[in-house]
Design a protein around this ligand. Structure first.
Ligand code: PMP
Length: 452
């Protein structure tokens, strides 16, 4: 149950609608529409939010793919409070504090084999841009400074930095912002409703799309390409799954051409696919891996780039006293974020939540796929505790039907989901109970039937 307790002057303000909504320019939001009919979440506990009107809202999205252990977990709350009172901040350049070292060791234990080094950031976007810079500097340190190009993919989302935006492939996120980074090309996306609609789990068709990488390599020449970035499973494009064998094929091609393979695991990391990372679930090890969100259960902003030992080693030469990598953030490895992450990892381990995602996946799959035949549903996708319901767009109004389902599920069904275009994306906390899975699907089924 979600409670409405709040202690202290500032937390109490979290429980009521704000006096004015003018000054805050909301991110990725239709501001005028939102402010006319706000959806304001006040408090959270376990699987539930409460909104400022006191309604209890079931969280079908883990916030924004973040809160894998559910909300306001006591161990995490305590860790943040105690750390704030112990060491609030320490300078990060040519200075250190213990927790980032402790956390990096813990992360190395659950990382895919050979990715035993960690660079901290404050977000997924920063993790992506950091990984791009690591890739460039890595090739340069090896005398291959001509490897400056990046390959991304259509429909990809890699955050909002100029690097991540450039390798990303969602037209709306790019088209307003000029020419972006030079020397970036894009693989074809793998969404194929013709061949794969309503396939539970991974798509059976499409492994050959990985060969698109050979086409781009031939076009640009392998010797100019630094890295290929892919989300093993993409979220913001409306949940696009990799065809069986596709990621393996990308790995083989990158190896053949000396190109780094980067997995953006900002949404797939920390248990949602039944292993710590999708890399392990799919048995494909990248050279760099970007993460955020579930790293701290969403409680304090933090991102991390996992770095292959061989890549890291390349940096550790040069003259004594030389800074190996001219990059970092004031808040890299912030004490509060580290404490939150350590408590989060302990919670995941103690409650065996990654295993739980696997245990529940069959039930989840049956629940999601039971929506087949509901009006306007043109595809259902699921993997681990990820789900997607794709609706046919209304003529001349792409996104309108999806948005209406999202909005009515919230206002009429007390359910939080995420919408991108006409796809409803689902990513509940891994503590979800079977009855709550039923409820998500029932509310969405009813809502979809109401929305013509
Ligand atoms: N990469 C991926 C795959 C993401 O899904 C996201 C966020 N949804 C990001 C990067 C960006 O993360 P952030 O919003 O923390 O910058």
């Amino acid at each position: 149950d979600s409670t409405h307790r709040a202690e202290g002057e500032y937390a109490r303000q979290s429980l009521q609608a704000p006096a004015s909504m003018e000054a805050f320019w909301m991110p990725f939001t239709a501001n005028r529409q939102f402010k006319a009919r706000p959806r304001l979440l006040a408090s959270a506990q376990g699987m539930y939010y409460r909104d400022v009107e006191g309604r209890q809202i079931l969280d079908g999205a883990a916030g924004l793919w973040c809160c894998n252990a559910g909300h306001a977990r006591e161990r995490i709350v305590g860790a943040i409070q105690q750390q704030a009172a112990t060491l609030d901040f320490a300078p990060t350049f040519q200075m250190g504090s213990p927790l980032p070292f402790v956390l990096a060791e813990r992360l190395a234990e659950i990382a895919p084999p050979g990715l035993q080094h960690v660079f901290f950031t404050n977000s997924g976007s920063e993790a992506v841009d950091s990984a791009m810079k690591i890739a460039l500097a890595y090739h340069r340190a090896r005398g291959e400074g001509q490897r400056t190009k990046f390959i991304g993919r259509e429909k990809a989302y890699h955050g909002v930095g100029f690097g991540g935006m450039s390798i990303g492939g969602l037209p709306n996120n790019r088209k307003w912002f000029g020419p972006l980074l030079a020397g970036v090309d894009h693989l074809r996306h793998t969404l194929d409703l013709q061949r794969n609609a309503f396939t539970p789990g991974l798509p059976k068709h499409g492994v050959e799309l990985a060969e698109d990488l050979e086409r781009l390599i031939a076009l640009h020449d392998a010797s100019t390409i630094a890295a290929v970035f892919v989300e093993p499973i993409s979220g913001s494009a409306g949940v696009v799954l990799p065809p069986e064998g596709y990621l393996q094929r990308l790995r083989e091609i990158c190896d053949r051409h000396g190109i780094l393979l980067v997995f953006d695991e900002v949404i797939t990391g920390f248990g949602r696919v039944g292993k710590a990372f999708a890399a392990q679930r799919f048995g494909v090890t990248p050279d760099l891996m970007t993460t955020a969100k579930g790293l701290t259960n969403g409680s304090v902003p933090m991102g991390a780039v996992f770095v292959a030992d061989a890549v890291h080693e390349t940096f550790m030469h040069g003259p004594p006293g030389a800074i190996e990598f001219f990059h970092g953030y004031t808040y890299s490895g912030h004490p509060l974020a580290c404490a939150a992450a350590l408590a989060t990892l302990d919670t995941y381990a103690e409650e065996q939540l990654f295993e739980r995602a696997i245990e529940l996946a069959g039930h989840w799959e049956r629940a999601i796929q039971s929506l087949k035949g509901a009006p306007n549903v043109i595809d259902l996708r699921n993997f681990g505790l990820i789900g997607a319901i794709e609706l046919a767009p209304r003529e001349g109004a792409p996104g309108a039907r999806g948005y209406e389902v999202f909005e009515r599920a919230f206002h009429e069904g007390d359910l939080l989901v995420r919408v991108t275009g006409d796809t409803i994306a689902l990513s509940p906390p891994l503590i979800i109970e079977p009855a709550q899975i039923e409820r998500i699907v029932n509310v969405l089924g009813e809502t979809i039937r109401k929305v013509e």
